[in-house]
Design a protein around this ligand. Structure first.
Ligand SMILES: [Fe+2]
Length: 169
């Protein structure tokens, strides 16, 4: 495989693990505020991020490429409101989308169509991530800071259940 493609995929593994770490930090903050539904939402999200990392690990290994784990940087740990957490989540997903797009462009340049095909799943996934993060922000803005609305949104987010990714190999 092209060196630039493999190094950017290795970097993406770290970014996905950092995403998991960031979402676990969101979950901790939410838990501290009594927003246990939000905490559940982000714990499930963190599990998905770990899956994303491991999908890339598996892909590199299946292509006989070396996987190198780097240190995961410390995530932020406090926010001003639940809305701020949701906004930080969307901003982070946009950063991840840009990163995936860059790897896609690198793979395309290297005529590595196997990798572009592998990344198609991630491109679609990022669209879903941004849509759901954006939707949560709209809902949070709709209810404002009122306790009742926030409580209801918290209940809604409590129902999210983890399901492993389905990937067409
Ligand atoms: Fe991800």
């Amino acid at each position: 495989m092209d060196k630039k493609v493999t190094s950017s995929l290795n970097e993406q593994i770290n970014k996905e693990f950092f995403s998991a770490y960031l979402y676990l930090s969101f979950a901790n903050w939410c838990e501290d505020q009594g927003l246990d539904g939000f905490a559940n939402w982000y714990q499930v999200q963190a599990q998905e991020e770990r899956d994303h990392a491991m999908m890339i690990v598996g892909y590199l290994q299946n292509n006989d490429e070396h996987v190198e784990y780097e240190a995961i940087k410390k995530p932020a740990s406090s926010w001003d409101s639940a809305l701020d957490v949701l906004k930080a989540g969307l901003a982070h997903e946009k950063y991840i989308t840009a990163s995936i797009n860059n790897i896609y462009a690198t793979a395309l340049e290297a005529k590595d169509f196997r990798t572009t095909q592998f990344l198609d799943w991630f491109i679609k996934e990022q669209n879903e991530e941004e849509t759901s993060a954006g939707m949560l922000i709209k809902k949070a803005e709709m209810i404002g800071k009122e306790g009742n609305g926030l409580y209801m949104l918290n209940q809604e987010l409590a129902s999210r259940v983890y399901t492993p990714p389905t990937v067409a190999e």
